[in-house]
Write a protein that binds this ligand. Structure first.
Ligand code: SF4
Length: 407
């Protein structure tokens, strides 16, 4: 049960609009049957809605095809998995089970296609099952480069994106023009800036924008058109900044590892209520994957600019393959994010059996330790219901940070 907004303080001016915005975001984030997508399609006959699994997919291309990009991230703790379990081994993460459950019960019928990025073996295998179980639907496995050299990985990614662009154009019934793609990249650049602005507010004043609330606002973007979600983020930032919520003296932490399978909202609330202020996270890694604007110059192919941005400014994260890196660049990226956000510690929170997150964790934890930042770790599942052990662990972690920082 989520605590009511501002439960512990007098209502400030703007409290009602903020509460209304957060409640709308909550409804959208819990819309696993994609009612908002159905409504969008009814209002835009003939246009396509295309889903994408975590982590990164070029939503700009779907948008440029006149379509609605939709985030597909499983059912969280709101779906009872019955049939989904039958298709997977017991020793992999939860996300594919609830995703398949929703696919099999018709929740994703409104999607004209789904993109499966090469995030991990689970998502790759899910793309194959999709083809078998939902014949006739567009399915695209999107490979991303394993070399960040422009002459190798850059050419490869550009080729992948060009193929995807052609296919999405066919699905939408008209080719995607360069002008349309430039306009879509501009819309997503504005979206990236709006997200970073909210993250900056939270890093500076985490008590004004609690992470459980920000998480709901971010998740609303899974089903909203990008322009509407950008407006929602901007409004949230304004309302949260003016909320007048009282300052809290908590341990400032980065929450990392929860970039794919959605953690239950109660888990984020538990971490915050245990005395940790989350000042950075990778909960919306797909939306923040490319840091900064893509902004193709007028003389550059917009598709090439997108590929170049992925190589140069794509987040060095667990789902990115970096040959011979041994976790160094990923560790440095995590430490850099922690420093920028003014974090005093790092919480590694990976989905159970999440190969990318757990394989990298020893190396990135080492980098965090070398940077003098304490860390702790736990695993979760999207349907985790027992938060007390996590509360005790992160509460003790927060206490330790406070004792060390005061020493
Ligand atoms: S939680 Fe991890 S292992 Fe599971 S689908 Fe996501 S990235 Fe893959």
């Amino acid at each position: 049960m989520v605590a009511p907004l501002n439960a512990d303080q007098p209502a400030a001016a703007g409290a009602a609009p903020l509460q209304a915005l957060v409640e709308r975001a909550r409804a959208l984030s819990e819309d696993v049957q994609l009612e908002a997508v159905r409504a969008w399609k009814a209002a835009h006959p003939g246009r396509i809605a295309v889903g994408s699994l975590p982590v990164w997919a070029p939503r700009e291309l779907i948008h440029a095809a006149g379509g609605l990009p939709v985030g597909v991230r499983g059912g969280g703790d709101g779906v009872e998995v019955v049939r989904g379990d039958a298709y997977f081994q017991s020793y992999i993460c939860q996300l594919p089970r609830s995703t398949l459950e929703l696919a099999l019960d018709g929740s994703y019928d409104c999607l004209d296609g789904v993109i499966f990025p090469s995030t991990c073996d689970v998502i790759r295998n899910l793309s194959g099952m999709w083809q078998l179980l939902l014949p006739g639907k567009y399915v695209r496995y999107l490979d991303v480069p394993q070399s960040l050299r422009e002459d190798l990985g850059g050419r490869f990614l550009e080729h992948e994106l060009r193929t995807l662009r052609d296919e999405l154009g066919q699905l939408a019934g008209a080719p995607i023009s360069d002008d349309a793609l430039r306009a879509s990249i501009a819309a997503y650049d504005a979206h990236r800036r709006a997200i970073e602005d909210v993250y900056a507010l939270r890093a500076a004043t985490p008590w004004l924008a609690p992470s459980w609330e920000l998480y709901l606002v971010l998740r609303a973007g899974d089903v909203l058109p990008v322009e509407e979600h950008t407006a929602m983020l901007r409004e949230y930032r304004e309302l949260a900044a003016a909320s007048g919520r009282p300052m809290e003296d908590q341990a400032r932490v980065v929450l990392t590892g929860a970039f794919c399978e959605r953690p239950p909202l109660g888990l984020i609330q538990t971490v915050e209520r245990s005395g940790c202020a989350i000042v950075d996270d990778d909960l919306a890694l797909g939306l923040r994957f490319i840091r900064g604007d893509v902004a193709p110059p007028p003389d550059e192919d917009p598709l090439a600019a997108l590929a170049r941005a992925f190589l140069a400014r794509g987040r060095r994260c667990p789902t990115m393959f970096l040959p011979d890196d041994a976790g160094q660049a990923k560790g440095e990226a995590l430490v850099e994010d922690a420093r920028r956000a003014g974090a005093e510690g790092v919480i590694f929170a990976a989905a159970s059996f999440c190969d990318p997150a757990l394989l990298d964790q020893p190396m990135t934890a080492k980098a965090v330790e070398a940077a003098g930042l304490p860390s702790t770790s736990f695993k979760y599942a999207e349907n985790t219901g027992q938060f007390q052990p996590i509360r005790e662990q992160t509460g003790a972690f927060a206490d330790a940070i406070k004792i060390w920082s005061d020493a």
